[in-house]
Design a protein. Sequence first.
Length: 253
Amino acid sequence: MTISSFVPPHRILMGPGPSDIYPQVLQALSRPTIGHLDPLFIGMMDELKALLKYAFQTENEFTIAVSAPGSAGMETCFVNLVEPGDKVIVCRNGVFGERMRENVVRCGGEAIVVDDEWGAPVSVSKVETVMAEHPDAKILAFVHAETSTGAVSDAKALGTLAKQHNMLSIVDAVTSLGGVPLLVDEWQLDAVYSGSQKCLSCVPGLSPVTLSPAAIEVIKSRQAPVQSWFLDQSLVLGYWSGRVSAVITTLRQ
Ligand SMILES: Cc1ncc(COP(=O)(O)O)c(C=O)c1O
């Protein structure tokens, strides 16, 4: 077998992602690797966190890049927030809403599905009716921009509704972050995930995730351990937040 380098042709990517990578990102990828405990690396993480907070328009302390694609961001939100027996209202108006439903079921949760036609945005009034029928639901899950059809839903109205009913929200912003306005704090969204290869024009393989203080509280008070070791954010919390400055202090001594 002959092994040769793969040299892709130049193409202009016009689909919903992956998108063309910004030249500065391509240049940055050719720089040397440093260790993950290098003080410079930790400083870079802090900067990355600040930039992601800006992109998400949030002050959430837990705003990180999960080292895996958007689907891992999705699973991060579901496996950490949904416990067996939890009721989750899932809005389904395309392919990615169905993936949310599947995540709920795999976490042992009960999915209450609110269907809308493919191509239409999520109906806020339908969701409100279903919330009234299921006051014990813990989470509302919806896709901000449903890539399979291009439909953008009213994340502000849905986030507000979730808060009014004392529910958390899980929001898929894989194709919306950087493409259309997404104001995580103003719209009171709790767990939002995205992908690097869409409107952010970076390489695939990273999933920006932000969790509100309310979502963090739910993770901290879980009864059952998170079934995924890799995506268990209680293990990651210390690394990206408080412990990072402790590591820097130790390394500088
Ligand atoms: C709305 C939406 N959610 C989730 C995903 C999954 O992201 P990834 O392919 O990075 O795993 C995609 C990918 O196209 C998407 O468009």
